[in-house]
Design a protein around this ligand. Structure first.
Ligand code: SF4
Ligand code: SF4
Length: 356
């Protein structure tokens, strides 16, 4: 019999050596779980083993001293095992219920809020930002820190109608995902082309193929091979900028922030939904993004007051209707909310055909 192929390096590493031994022992054999209080989950296994998970928020971009502090808390107040979630939370596992409260106190005392479970506002899922990516139009981590400072009370308490998931995306095209409230960069002007660099840096056919609306053509500019953009077609998506940095689209004034609401991946109670744009053209106002914070807090406060128990943002909007959403939140409904763009019928990369 042929030998099994060993795992390749780029795959997900085996997590077992890093898991709490009680979790390894009871893997796949949990009977039930519940939620004793904000930030704490309790699991009970068929064997009778119990485990409490305590979730704390972090600022995500952490220096080594902060990580050491979190590790010291794990050694002193938990059982030496932690994991990080995709939303930049750290979770500690303990098998003795008496350890839960001292652990929570140690986390709060060191500035790490405990919460983000059940019907709270979860930590914001966010994209890499300037630290790891070369195309951001804003610093996603900064928006997250500023917003979560504002939403601290909603993170540590479970007072929302249902779970509220937030996300940020620092460009319009790549990472990020569906969220109850999504904060997304919005370019409002076509890219400016540095024609001196295009021939040296960009593979022109791949840039032309990249444009979802076929707005880019090869062109000779000042005798050099370059590109040109049909600005009437361009939807300012920024997809040409990653493969061709001389097509600069980030702009301190014209790169804005937009807010979208009502997306969800979950199919509990209702089907998954795409979020929809509700506020456009907010200033990309570093380092605290106050205008973005105001809109997010406004939407959250109306949702909190008006939604029925266990209605997700999308379910609430479905019930009250989009006119009701704009009336209740007081957000202006403008022409930019209407998708009247027809060009996609001929040009949008919406087919499953392979393109070259
Ligand atoms: S959202 Fe865009 S800019 Fe931000 S990390 Fe992802 S690919 Fe990079
Ligand atoms: S910004 Fe988007 S739509 Fe405009 S030229 Fe670039 S890829 Fe095409």
């Amino acid at each position: 019999m042929a030998e099994m192929r060993p795992p390749i390096e780029s795959g997900i590493p085996d997590a077992t050596p890093y898991m709490h031994p009680t979790m390894v022992k009871n893997y796949g054999k949990w009977v039930y779980h519940n939620h004793p209080k904000a930030g704490v989950l309790y699991h009970r296994a068929e064997s009778g083993d119990e485990i409490w998970t305590v979730k704390a928020g972090t600022q995500r971009q952490m220096d080594v001293y902060t990580i050491r502090k979190l590790a010291d808390i794990a050694d002193e107040f938990a059982e030496g095992f932690v994991r990080f979630t995709t939303r930049s939370n750290i979770e500690y596992m303990v098998t003795d219920g008496k350890k839960v409260e001292p652990l929570i106190k140690a986390l709060f005392d060191n500035g790490f809020p405990v919460g983000g479970t059940a019907n709270s506002v979860s930590m914001i899922a966010h994209t890499q930002g300037f630290l790891h990516c070369d195309i951001p139009g804003t610093d996603a981590s900064g928006v997250v820190k500023a917003l979560m400072d504002d939403l601290y009370e909603e993170f540590i308490n479970c007072e929302m109608p249902n779970r509220v998931k937030l996300s940020t995306s620092c460009c319009e095209i790549n990472c990020g995902g569906q969220a109850d409230i999504a904060i997304i960069v919005q370019h409002t002007k076509p890219p400016k082309i540095n024609h001196d660099l295009v021939a040296n840096v960009c593979e022109r056919p791949s840039v032309v193929a990249r444009c979802p609306v076929a707005a880019i053509r090869p062109a000779l500019v000042n005798g050099k091979p370059s590109l040109e953009v049909d600005e009437k077609k361009c939807i300012c998506c920024g997809a040409c900028y990653p493969p061709c940095p001389p097509m600069q689209i980030n702009d301190p004034e014209h790169s804005k922030i937009a807010i979208w609401v009502g997306g969800k991946n979950s199919n509990a109670r209702s089907r998954p939904t795409f979020h929809k744009l509700v506020a456009a053209g907010l200033p990309n106002n570093i380092p605290r993004w106050p205008e973005v914070g105001e809109v997010v807090k406004k939407i959250l406060s109306v949702y909190k007051a008006d939604a029925r128990p266990w209605e997700r943002m999308a379910d609430w909007i479905e019930r009250i209707g989009w006119p009701g959403f704009f009336e209740k939140t007081g957000l202006p409904f403008t022409k930019y909310h209407i998708d009247d763009w027809k060009g996609h019928r001929r040009t949008l990369n919406a087919s499953a055909h392979i393109r070259f």
